[in-house]
Each structure stands twice: as structure tokens, then as C-alpha cells.
Design a protein around this ligand. Structure first.
Ligand SMILES: Nc1ncnc2c1ncn2[C@@H]1O[C@H](COP(=O)(O)OP(=O)(O)OP(=O)(O)O)[C@@H](O)[C@H]1O
Ligand SMILES: [Mg+2]
Length: 283
């Protein structure tokens, strides 16, 4: 009986958050690094369904770093990372699109649907809803910077109770162009700001942003982020992630969270408990 009462209390702890967030858009960036094994993926899907059933509108943007690397290795195509960004030539782009849009996007969509959602997988090329130009004058090849998002596409899907699952590929708005590879963190933040999302949550493979001594930084300001980038504390894939957090909160999203997607049900712990688990960035 005691256990049952505790269960009820756990549910009640979530009540204020459910009230607060009902009907709000949450953008969830599901990092390739957190898509590890079938059990974790299944728990991710359960968590998203729970958010959906309590009235939150989840919008999923996914990465796929590891799987893209595996496929590039299989095909013996070399690629390198600069500033946490995958330098993308036409050959790499073909693989990026194949893996992100063909494989990972459909895997996530199928999983959510098997758990009872109506998930619909798209890329920015569908309905031409995300358009981009070369990032930093083509410094990273076909890595793009988003210049326009047609919100009506996502808004219509949400109005029809779909869970949009977005692969971070953009249209160049040009015939015979292969399109652009967008860093998934930066795609998620642009989408979140554009949709006026309440929250953006980055699920990755580490507890949050760490200082040089590997202590978790549970909150971060813009000045602190800039200092940690300058002194080499924040490097690699964490660079676009903190940039994306800033872009989101400066674009009107209330809070950006970086959490460890390798912890079971980490989204629920972050959203529905008072403590939270990762790094939070507010304006
Ligand atoms: N200061 C820091 N604190 C925490 N992690 C950091 C820091 N600096 C660099 N990192 C690295 O950033 C990585 C997370 O970014 P990464 O791009 O690898 O994953 P992801 O974005 O979740 O996945 P994907 O790019 O496939 O979508 C961590 O695993 C860690 O190695
Ligand atoms: Mg990354």
C-alpha cells in the first residue's frame, strides 16, 4: 500500500508541470549519440508518447553522427569535422541524406507509431519547408545555414495531432542542387525559435556541459558560454549545441536543456521533476 501511495505522489509531482506545459510546443533534439540500443530507443518513444498524451506538442529533430560515420566507413569515404561541423562534399551529402532521411528518420517514426502515436517523418526538402544557403561562405562545403522555415507545414501537422520527426536537411531552392546538411542542433534551435516553442531539449551522450574538472554546469549564461568556448572547455559537438541553446533562448524559447539521453527516461526527469538533471540555459 505504501508503494502505491508513493506512486500516486510521483504522479502528483508532475501535475503542476502538466498544467503549465499543456498545449505548448517542445522541440526535442534526439542526438545520434543518444540513439544507442533498442531498449533506450524504446524508452525514448515511451517518453515522447507520454508528453504527447498530457497535451504537450513534441517536435522531434534528430541527428545521426554515429550511423553516418559507420556508413561512410563502409563506403570508404573520408570526412572530417571542423568546429563540430561535418565538412560535407557531394559524396558525403549523398550518404548523409541516405542515413538521416532514409534510415534514422523512418526508424524513429516507426518506433513512435508502434507506441501509438501518429508520427510523420520529413526533411526540410519536403514542401520546401526549410531552405538554406552555404554556411560561412561554404567553409564546410554543403553544410547549410537555414534562411527560411515555413512554419505552416509543422503547424498543420501539429493541428492534425501528428508528431513531426524532422531530419536536418534543407532545400537549396535550386534545381539539381543536392541540398544542405544542417547541423541538427542548429536546425532544432531555428525550428524552436520559429515555432515559438516553450522549451528545447538536447538529448546527448553526456550529463550536460562540463567544466575543465568534469563537473556538471547546471546553469550557464551567454557570457559563461563564450568564455568556455574561448578557453577550450567547450569543444567539438558541444560548440553547435551551446550556440543552438543561445539561438533558441535569444529567439524567444523560455529554456534550453542539455541532458544525457543515455539515462533512461531522462526527458521525464528533466521536465516533470523539480530538480532536473542536465544543463539549463535561460535568457
Ligand atoms: N565542455 C563540454 N562538456 C560536455 N561535453 C563536451 C564538452 N566539450 C565537448 N564535448 C563533447 O560534445 C559531445 C556531444 O556532442 P556530439 O555532437 O558528439 O553529440 P550529439 O550532438 O548528441 O549527437 P549528433 O551530433 O550525432 O546528433 C560530448 O560527447 C562531448 O564529447
Ligand atoms: Mg552533434
Amino acid at each position: 500500500m505504501q508503494k502505491k501511495i508513493e506512486q500516486a505522489q510521483t504522479l502528483l509531482e508532475a501535475l503542476p508541470y502538466i498544467k503549465k506545459y499543456s498545449n505548448q510546443i517542445f522541440v526535442i533534439k534526439y542526438g545520434g549519440s543518444a540513439q544507442i540500443n533498442p531498449e533506450l530507443k524504446d524508452k525514448f518513444a515511451q517518453d515522447i508518447i507520454l508528453l504527447y498524451l498530457v497535451g504537450i506538442k513534441p517536435v522531434i529533430v534528430h541527428g545521426g553522427g554515429n550511423k553516418i560515420n559507420e556508413m561512410l566507413d563502409k563506403l570508404q569515404i573520408k570526412s572530417e569535422f571542423v568546429d563540430g561541423m561535418r565538412v560535407t562534399d557531394a559524396q558525403v551529402m549523398e550518404v548523409v541524406e541516405m542515413v538521416l532521411s532514409g534510415n534514422i528518420n523512418k526508424e524513429i517514426t516507426t518506433l513512435l507509431n508502434m507506441h501509438g502515436a501518429k508520427a510523420l517523418g520529413i526533411t526540410g526538402k519536403d514542401a520546401n519547408f526549410i531552405t538554406a544557403v552555404p554556411k560561412d561562405n561554404g567553409k564546410y562545403g554543403l553544410v547549410g545555414e537555414i534562411v527560411h522555415i515555413d512554419n505552416t507545414v509543422i503547424e498543420n501537422l501539429l493541428a492534425d495531432k501528428f508528431i513531426p520527426v524532422i531530419a536536418p536537411i534543407a532545400s537549396a531552392n535550386e534545381i539539381n542542387h543536392p541540398g544542405f546538411n544542417i547541423n541538427a542542433d542548429l536546425a532544432a534551435s531555428k525550428i524552436a525559435a520559429s515555432l515559438k516553442a516553450r522549451k528545447i531539449i538536447f538529448m546527448t551522450d553526456i550529463a550536460g556541459v562540463m567544466d575543465k574538472e568534469k563537473n556538471l554546469l547546471s546553469t550557464l549564461t551567454e557570457d559563461e558560454i563564450n568564455a568556455y568556448k574561448a578557453d577550450g572547455t567547450i569543444i567539438g559537438g558541444m560548440i553547435p549545441k551551446v550556440d543552438a541553446c543561445l539561438e533558441a533562448v535569444n529567439g524567444g524559447v523560455e529554456k534550453a536543456h542539455i541532458i544525457n539521453g543515455k539515462i533512461e527516461h531522462s526527458i521525464l526527469l528533466e521536465i516533470f521533476t523539480s530538480e532536473g538533471i542536465g544543463t539549463v540555459i535561460k535568457k
